[in-house]
Design a binder for this molecule. Structure first.
Ligand code: NDP
Length: 240
C-alpha cells in the first residue's frame, strides 16, 4: 500500500515540487494551500494530486483536514510542514500582527499538523516528518526578526520531537533551504536579490526540485536512522 503524504503549502513553489516528487516516487499525496484557488486548481489538474484548502495556523482546521485526508486517502504517514509566509520589516516598524501571523503560520503550523498526526503515527510505529526551516533561521536576516525567530524555532521543535518519536520509528528532520527561485523570493527587490546571489558560492538561486530531492531522501522507509537532523540546501551560502 502506498504511503500517504501531506504537504502543506503544497500547490506552489517549493511545496509544488515536493508534492510532485512524492507522487512520482509512488506516494499518495494530499497538497494543502491557503487561499490561491486558481493556482491550486491548475496544480490539481496538471498533476492529478488532490488539494485541500485550510489554514495551517488554525488548529481546528488542521484537525478537520487530517481527518478528511485520512478518510479519502488513508492514515497519514508523512507530513511535510512547508507552508510559510514572510511579513518583512525592521523590528522598530514591525506590528504585532506581522509578528503574530509569521510565527503562527511558520511555526504554530508545525505544532498544529504534528499534533494531529502524532497519535496515529505512534500507534502504527511509522512516521516521517520534515519541517522546512530556512537559512535565515540559522543565520538571522535584517528585516526578518519574525521570520528568523519562527524558522529558528522550527529547528528546536524538530530536535525535541525527534527525541520523542525515536522509539516509535517516527523520524523528525528539518531542511534549511537557501534562496530558492519561487514567488516568495521573486518578491525581493531585484537590486537586493543581485547582492544575495553574489554571496552564493554555487552562483545562482536554488531550484524547488533541489529541495524536493532532500525531502524524498528523508521520508524514505529506510531513512529510519536519520532523525533530529537539519539538512542545509543552500548552494554553500551558509555552512552550519
Ligand atoms: P510560496 O510563497 O511560493 O508558496 C507558499 C505556499 O504556502 C503556498 O502554497 C501557500 O498557499 C501556502 N500557504 C501560505 N500560508 C498558508 C497557510 N496559512 N495555510 C496553508 N497554506 C499556506 O513559498 P515558497 O515555496 O518560496 O516557500 C515554501 C517554504 O520554504 C516556506 O516555509 C518558506 O519559508 C521556506 N523557504 C523558502 C525559501 C525560498 O527561497 N523560497 C528559502 C528558505 C525557506 P496559497 O497558494 O493558497 O497562497
Amino acid at each position: 500500500m502506498a504511503r500517504v503524504a501531506v504537504v502543506t503549502g503544497g500547490t506552489r513553489g517549493i511545496g509544488e515540487a515536493i508534492s510532485v516528487a512524492l507522487k512520482k516516487a509512488g506516494y499518495k499525496v494530499a497538497a494543502n494551500y491557503a487561499g490561491n484557488d486558481a493556482a491550486a486548481q491548475a496544480f490539481a489538474q496538471k498533476y492529478g494530486i488532490p488539494v485541500y484548502k485550510f489554514d495551517v495556523s488554525d488548529f481546528k482546521q488542521c484537525q478537520d483536514a487530517i481527518q478528511k485526508i485520512a478518510q479519502e486517502l488513508g492514515p497519514v504517514d508523512i507530513v511535510v510542514n512547508n507552508a510559510g509566509i514572510t511579513r518583512d520589516g525592521t523590528l522598530h516598524k514591525m506590528t504585532p500582527e506581522m509578528w503574530g501571523q509569521v510565527v503562527a503560520t511558520n511555526l504554530g503550523s508545525c505544532f498544529n499538523m504534528c499534533r494531529c498526526v502524532i497519535d496515529g503515527m505512534r500507534e502504527r510505529s511509522f512516521g516521517r516528518i520534515v519541517n522546512i526551516g530556512s537559512i535565515n533561521g540559522q543565520a538571522g536576516q535584517y528585516g526578518q526578526v519574525n521570520y528568523a525567530a519562527a524558522k529558528s524555532g522550527i529547528h528546536g521543535f524538530t530536535k525535541a520531537l525527534a527525541q520523542e518519536g525515536a522509539a516509535k520509528n517516527v523520524t523528525v528532520n528539518a531542511i534549511a533551504p537557501g534562496y530558492i527561485d519561487t514567488d516568495m523570493v521573486r518578491a525581493v527587490p531585484p537590486q537586493v536579490l543581485e547582492k544575495i546571489v553574489a554571496k552564493i558560492p554555487v552562483g545562482r538561486l536554488g531550484r524547488a526540485e533541489e529541495i524536493a530531492r532532500g525531502v524524498l531522501f528523508l521520508v524514505a522507509d529506510d531513512a529510519g536512522f536519520i532523525t533530529g537532523s537539519t539538512l542545509s540546501i543552500n548552494g554553500g551560502q551558509h555552512m552550519y
